[in-house]
Design a protein around this ligand. Structure first.
Ligand code: ZN
Length: 143
């Protein structure tokens, strides 16, 4: 059987994400508040926020406060870090569903808990977080 030959090459991918229509989300996050988009036509709540409804395609979108209480639906521990996070410790990422918005889920890092204690079904809260430099972001914390 022939030995397989592998050629590994590094690529650099840079892209620009148009955020003007969801600028409110970032401004509120910077002030420590979570908001998201809700369709005025069909009441579809979306996270992350969208500039048009993913359900009915309406562009009549309004902002609503997002209460971050959620239930963990799945998680994984990242022990082999991607290059962009090489300066971090191993971490856990979680998908959780918002209690006030059934069916709406967010994906984020989970902080403040040992990885052995993470469970599907546990309560967490999506929480705004500031960086010393760069845009704000959000993490889950156990409740
Ligand atoms: Zn809609």
């Amino acid at each position: 059987m022939p030995k397989s030959i592998t050629d590994i090459r590094e690529i650099c991918l840079k892209y620009e994400i148009p955020v003007e229509q969801i600028k409110t989300f970032w401004e509120e996050l910077e002030d420590g508040r979570l908001v998201t988009s809700k369709c005025s036509d069909c009441d579809n709540v979306m996270f992350p926020p969208q500039s048009y409804c993913q359900n009915c395609l309406s562009k009549d979108i309004k902002w609503i406060g997002l209460e971050g209480e959620a239930v963990v639906k799945g998680f994984t521990h990242i022990c082999v870090l991607p290059t962009t996070f090489s300066g971090e410790e191993p971490y856990t990422i979680v998908v959780a569903e918002f209690k006030k918005h059934p069916g709406v889920r967010a994906f984020a890092w989970l902080e403040g808990i040992d990885k052995e204690d993470v469970e599907v079904g546990m309560d967490v809260k999506l929480t705004p977080k500031q960086r010393e430099e760069g845009p704000p972001y959000y993490v889950y914390k156990p409740v």
